[in-house]
Design a protein around this ligand. Structure first.
Ligand code: PMT
Length: 222
């Protein structure tokens, strides 16, 4: 087993949920705890990389040795990622980015009224897709949170997003996905190969992802 050596490489990792504002007291979000992304950041630091961790609101402490950029919304995550992208070697998009946000974000608390209320939503930017379009030297690793047809969706995402690897997790499986300390993932690569991992700690999954990322970076140089 060769220890991955990522010294000299700049790596962007996104983690956690995003928060999409309705008004000053309400927002839309999801169950991401940041555990998966923070574990990857720790492993990348261990491997000697320069790590920029772009994180939505989570209750985890900043891992030692990372540059932590805190953001709230998908739009803020997009801006932060794009600003760091030009001289990055690798991006790992672990964050659970909101696909929709309220069409209007009120700057005053919306008063309740009798009866039903409709909240209009609009799409956020697909950060992974934009990274894929703007890709030069960078290796791009995305995640896929699925509940079924995992292999098909992951392969489709690889192509559509111009990614080099997709880490697919079945978020319906016991011990996998949001909030847990463990995960069950399959790594899908561009050459059509895949690596199916058993239930492991998120830290061990992170180590495996960094090992594979290191291989991808080395192949790029050849
Ligand atoms: O944080 P934890 O509690 O540890 O949970 C980990 C996790 C379940 C959040 C993580 O393992 C995971 O699956 N992250 C991706 C969640 C997700 O948003 O999946 P998706 O299939 O909706 O998105 C696919 C990819 O596109 C992801 O890399 C995502 O970061 C990216 N994306 C999605 C929407 C968007 N607007 N922009 C994006 O870049």
């Amino acid at each position: 087993l060769t220890q991955p050596n990522l010294s000299g490489y700049k790596i962007i990792i996104t983690a956690g949920p995003t928060r999409e504002k309705i008004d000053p007291v309400r927002y839309i979000t999801n169950h991401s705890s940041g555990k998966m992304g923070y574990a990857i950041a720790e492993e990348a630091v261990q491997a000697g990389a320069e790590v920029v961790l772009i994180s939505g609101p989570v209750s985890l402490p900043a891992p030692m040795g990372v540059q932590l950029i805190r953001i709230e919304s998908a739009e803020e995550m997009y801006e932060a990622v794009m600003a760091e992208y030009p001289n990055a070697n690798l991006v790992i998009k672990t964050a659970a980015v909101a696909d929709y946000r309220p069409k209007i974000a009120y700057d005053h608390k919306v008063k309740k009224k009798p009866g039903e209320e409709v909240l209009e939503l609009e799409r956020t930017k697909d950060i992974l897709l934009e990274l894929g379009k703007a890709k030069k030297q960078q290796i791009l690793i995305g995640f896929a949170a699925e509940t079924d047809h995992i292999a098909d969706y992951a392969q489709a995402k690889l192509k559509k997003k111009n990614a080099d690897m997709i880490v697919a997790n079945n978020v319906k499986a016991e011990g996998a996905g949001f909030g847990t300390d463990t995960n069950i993932v399959t790594l899908f690569k561009r050459d059509g190969s895949s690596i199916e991992l058993p239930l492991m700690s998120k830290q061990a999954v992170a180590a495996k992802i960094i090992e594979e990322a290191s291989n991808l970076l080395r192949n790029e140089q050849k």
